[in-house]
Design a protein around this ligand. Structure first.
Ligand code: E4P
Length: 219
């Protein structure tokens, strides 16, 4: 499963890119607002460090506007993926852009039927928001499993990749992988958590303490 960073914080992106764990980036208008920077400049900065897909979200309400915005965003870097909302207008834009060979990430997906519609429109990625579903008492991982099963029923006609989004914990990343998601996008804080386990810390401390008792040096 590919791991993307869900962030518009260029310092975090630069730092985490060094781990080799970051296969791509997803941004959204809220993250851009939080970063306080200029969107297009930010995308250029991200593209300088990340060679994988970088999702850049459109904000126009109508398909024509989304397509117009996409045309401004695409020249910024060759790895820009256009992100559109899962609405009728978003699906029209997906259809038109995908026919031109543009990779489209259809975002704000909350149901299996919506994911089917995104695939039929030609989405390269569909982004089910599993954390926001869990927040309202539904099951994000069940949704991922449903979408996986539906897409796998039509291997000859559906190539859309499932991008688990709205990740709230390291367990969510494992759940996404278990459900067969192709990718998951997580905020920097969560990506940093995935390698942490209290028993790892405890075990390492004990090994190092015992090693000290030997009085030896490997060097
Ligand atoms: C996905 O592309 C979105 O940017 C993101 O995962 C939304 O997550 P949130 O629910 O934490 O805002």
């Amino acid at each position: 499963m590919e791991l993307f960073l869900d962030s518009a914080d260029i310092e975090e992106i630069r730092d985490l890119a060094k781990t080799g764990l970051v296969d791509g980036i997803t941004t959204n208008p809220s993250l851009v607002a939080k970063s306080g920077g200029d969107f297009k400049t930010l995308l250029k900065e991200i593209a300088a460090v990340i060679k994988g897909p970088i999702s850049a979200e459109t904000v126009a309400p109508k398909a024509e506007g989304m397509i117009e915005e996409a045309k401004k965003l695409l020249p910024i870097a060759e790895n820009i993926v256009i992100k559109v909302p899962l609405t009728w207008e978003g699906l029209k834009a997906t259809r038109a852009l995908s026919r031109e060979g543009v990779k489209v990430n259809v975002t704000l997906c909350f149901s299996a039927a919506q994911a089917l519609a995104a695939a039929k429109a030609g989405a390269f990625y569909v982004s089910p928001f599993i954390g926001r579903l869990d927040d309202v008492g539904a099951s994000g991982s069940e949704l991922l499993q449903e979408i996986r099963a539906i897409y796998d029923n039509y291997p000859d006609s559906i190539e859309t990749r499932i991008l688990a989004a709205s990740i709230r914990s390291a367990d969510h990343i494992a759940e996404a992988a278990l459900a067969g998601a192709d990718c998951a996008t997580a905020p920097p804080k969560i990506l940093r958590q995935i390698v942490h386990h209290p028993l790892t810390d405890k075990g390492l401390a004990a090994f190092l303490a015992d090693w000290k008792k030997t009085g030896q040096s490997i060097l």
